[in-house]
Design a protein around this ligand. Structure first.
Ligand SMILES: C[S@@+](CC[C@H](N)C(=O)[O-])C[C@H]1O[C@@H](n2cnc3c(N)ncnc32)[C@H](O)[C@@H]1O
Length: 199
């Protein structure tokens, strides 16, 4: 019930949250893997985080740089009685990923990573994120096809979106050719997702 309200409220105000079928895919992989330690990049108001935490018994660390969204997400998790299993870090994700990489505790710590933050930074974060992911762990990456611009299913991107489209294209190519992943799959629905397992 609260999820529906959170979704409607976010949509109404133009806060970007995971789309419906992608939400189902996230839940499917969470249920399938039942992770103990999950990292999410891009909390927004906690909508996807709630899907994660409600469908497994693990603990979630989620990173968001917008303080207003952090406040709202904190309240949403509290209202849902889920705060004990959620830690929201209010900071830039690049900074936090770098700090985690430098901290031995987080070396191969997470069994599941959901990357749903700044698309322009995916390439800059991915090596660090893969260091934080356990062998056998799952990484799910949202928005890789960016409104159909990346796979060309939508006409050429407007000038404003050209750079990000180019960056995401090269991100997908590089990621799919990584030697530290297996079973990589590009899920071509909605905004496009990639799922892969760390070898
Ligand atoms: C697509 S939204 C996340 C949606 C959320 N995962 C959901 O489905 O409910 C991306 C989020 O990343 C946050 N973000 C953007 N750049 C960031 C950065 N450098 N560090 C941390 N968070 C960032 C945005 O404020 C936004 O809330």
């Amino acid at each position: 019930m609260e999820e529906l309200y959170i979704k409607d409220s976010a949509t109404h105000r133009g806060v970007p949250i995971i789309r419906d079928e992608s939400h189902e895919i996230l839940i499917e992989y969470i249920k399938k893997t039942n992770p103990k330690h999950i990292l999410e990049i891009g909390t927004a108001v906690g909508y996807s985080g709630m899907a994660i935490i409600k469908n497994c018994s693990g603990k979630l660390i989620t990173i968001e740089h917008n303080s207003n969204l952090v406040k709202e997400a904190t309240q949403n998790f509290k209202d849902a009685g889920l705060s004990e299993r959620v830690q929201i870090i209010n900071d830039d994700c690049l900074v936090q990923v770098a700090l985690m990489v430098a901290d031995d505790k987080y070396n191969e710590y997470f069994d599941f990573i959901f990357l749903d933050g700044p698309k322009a930074q995916y390439q800059n974060m991915i090596d660090g994120l893969m260091m934080l992911l356990k062998s056998g762990g799952t990484i799910l990456i949202d928005n890789v096809l960016f409104r159909g611009y990346v796979d060309g299913s939508v006409k050429a991107p407007t000038k404003r979106f050209k750079t990000i489209t180019k960056r995401l294209k090269s991100f997908i190519d590089d990621f799919m050719n990584r030697t530290d992943i297996k079973n990589a799959k590009l899920i071509e629905l909605e905004d496009g997702m990639i799922v892969a397992t760390k070898v």
